[in-house]
Design a protein around this ligand. Structure first.
Ligand SMILES: [Zn+2]
Ligand SMILES: [Zn+2]
Length: 144
């Protein structure tokens, strides 16, 4: 929460209970929720907050760099409260996005042809497939 308060003050963003709730809901989520998922989570506590407001709040948060937008997942946009350098695993079945930390992935060397073409300043891999939960379900179906 520390980062949230510091950055909001820095950018003259008013700290409202709604903004705190949006940030907390994202921070507590582990699988990179969409605005819709965040909205569903806080709707009980804040019945008057619209999906549009939640969406705009999340975009504002990403502009002041307290959260990130998950690249390349298209629609609906997914948000990431984790600003550490890490990789992603995307489940094609349940659409959840998991954080992946792995030294071997960090160490993957960028091919020279690419390095000659671009100046690389960061590297995030996005793996995809089926998470364990979905894998089991798929296997169960096959047996049945
Ligand atoms: Zn899954
Ligand atoms: Zn992440």
């Amino acid at each position: 929460m520390e980062l949230f308060f510091t950055k909001c003050k820095q950018h003259h963003l008013k700290i409202t209970p709604q903004r705190i709730a949006v940030y907390k809901a994202l921070k507590d989520a582990v699988n990179h929720p969409s605005a819709d998922a965040v909205h569903k989570k806080i709707k009980n506590e804040f019945p008057n907050i619209s999906l549009d407001t939640v969406n705009r709040t999340l975009l504002t948060f990403s502009e002041i760099n307290i959260i990130a937008i998950v690249e390349g997942q298209g629609d609906p946009r997914r948000f990431d409260p984790n600003l550490d350098s890490h990789h992603h695993f995307y489940c094609l079945s349940c659409n959840e996005i998991f954080d992946v930390y792995d030294e071997a992935l960090n160490a993957i060397k960028i091919p020279e042809t690419i390095e000659n073409k671009f100046t690389i300043t960061g590297k995030r891999l996005c793996l995809q497939g089926f998470c364990n939960k979905c894998n089991c379900r798929e296997k169960g179906k096959r047996i049945a």
